[in-house]
Design a protein around this ligand. Structure first.
Ligand SMILES: Nc1ncnc2c1ncn2[C@@H]1O[C@H](COP(=O)(O)OP(=O)(O)O)[C@@H](O)[C@H]1O
Ligand SMILES: [Mg+2]
Length: 264
C-alpha cells in the first residue's frame, strides 16, 4: 500500500514560493455605529518553512486575521493566498471531542483528510508519538491535563498534513512551566516537519522565544507596525539574555502602540 503520509522531504519539489501571501488585506465588521475597520491594509508573506509570530494587544485583530488566512471569513478588501492548500488551525481551547479518546480524535481528522481506514490507527499513533503522548491513544479528554490536551490538539492539527499551521494563542491558558515545555515541543516539531507556522500571541517573550520573525500589529485598526527578524539560535529558552533583550525592545514598541490608542 502506498504510504498515506508523504514525508516532508518528498514534497520539496511541490513547495511554492510562499506558504501564505496577504496583499493589502482589510476587514470591517458592521457595528451599531456603522462599519468598524478592524484590519487595515495588511501585506505579509510567510515563506515555506518559516515561523512567524503575529504580536499585538488584545482586540487588535489577530484572531480576525488568522480566521481570514484559515478561510473561515473573507476580507473586505485585498487578497489572501495559501497555495499549499487548506491551512490547519489550532486555538487556545483544544476543541477536542470529549466523547472520543485522544487517538480517535486524531483518527477523525485523518478520516476527514481521506486517509484510508486501515492506515489511520498507525498514523494516529505516530502523531501521538510526535507530540510525546505515545501510550495515550485510549485516554479520554477528561483524563488528560491541560498541557496534554493541547498536545493532542497539536497532533490533530498535524493530522491534516497541511503545509501551513495557524495557531491562535494555543498555550495562553497553560501554566508557565507547561507552556515552556510546549514551546520546546513546538520548536522541535516545526524543525522536524518543516511546516510553516503563523502563530498569534499577545505575549512578547513567547513571540521571541518561538519565531524567526515577529510582526507587530498596531491597534484600531490593526496594521503592520513593525517587524523584527529574530536571529537567535534554536532551541532557545524564554529566559535567555538575547530573548529578554529583544523582548524589552519589542515591549517598548507595543506599549507605544497601546498608549497611542488609549487602550487598557
Ligand atoms: N464577527 C465579528 N463581528 C463584529 N466584530 C468583530 C467580530 N470579530 C471580531 N470583531 C471585533 O474585531 C476586533 C478584533 O477582534 P479579534 O480579532 O478577536 O482581536 P484579537 O484576537 O487581537 O484579540 C474587536 O474589536 C472585536 O470586537
Ligand atoms: Mg484573539
Amino acid at each position: 500500500m502506498a504510504t498515506a503520509i508523504a514525508k516532508a522531504e518528498d514534497r520539496v519539489s511541490v513547495e511554492h514560493e510562499y506558504a501564505a501571501r496577504l496583499g493589502h488585506v482589510s476587514k470591517s465588521f458592521n457595528g451599531p455605529a456603522g462599519p468598524q475597520l478592524v484590519l487595515d491594509d495588511i501585506t505579509l508573506d510567510v515563506a515555506p518553512g518559516e515561523f512567524v509570530t503575529l504580536l499585538g494587544a488584545s482586540g487588535c485583530g489577530k484572531s480576525t486575521l488568522l480566521n481570514l488566512v484559515a478561510g473561515l471569513d473573507r476580507p473586505t478588501a485585498g487578497s489572501i493566498e495559501t497555495p499549499g492548500g487548506r491551512p490547519a488551525l489550532m486555538f487556545q481551547e483544544h476543541a477536542l471531542f470529549p466523547w472520543l479518546t485522544a487517538g480517535k480524535n486524531i483518527e477523525l481528522a485523518l478520516k476527514l483528510r481521506g486517509v484510508p481506514k486501515g492506515a489511520r490507527r498507525q498514523e494516529a499513533e505516530r502523531l501521538l508519538e510526535l507530540v510525546r503522548l505515545g501510550g495515550a491513544f485510549r485516554k479520554r479528554v477528561h483524563e488528560l491535563s491541560g498541557g496534554m490536551r493541547q498536545r493532542v490538539a497539536m497532533a490533530r492539527a498535524l493530522a491534516q498534513d497541511s503545509r501551513l499551521l495557524l495557531m491562535d494563542e494555543p498555550f495562553a491558558a497553560l501554566d508557565a512551566i507547561t507552556r515552556d515545555v510546549l514551546h520546546d515541543e513546538l520548536t522541535r516539531i516545526w524543525r522536524e516537519t518543516n511546516v510553516s507556522v503563523l502563530f498569534v500571541t499577545h505575549n512578547v517573550r513567547e513571540a521571541v522565544r518561538l519565531a524567526q520573525r515577529v510582526v507587530l500589529l498596531s491597534s484600531r485598526p490593526g496594521r503592520v507596525a513593525r517587524e523584527w527578524t529574530v536571529d537567535i539560535d534554536q532551541p532557545r529558552r524564554i529566559e535567555d539574555t538575547a530573548v529578554a533583550e529583544l523582548s524589552v525592545e519589542i515591549t517598548e514598541e507595543l506599549r507605544g502602540e497601546i498608549r497611542r490608542h488609549g487602550q487598557h
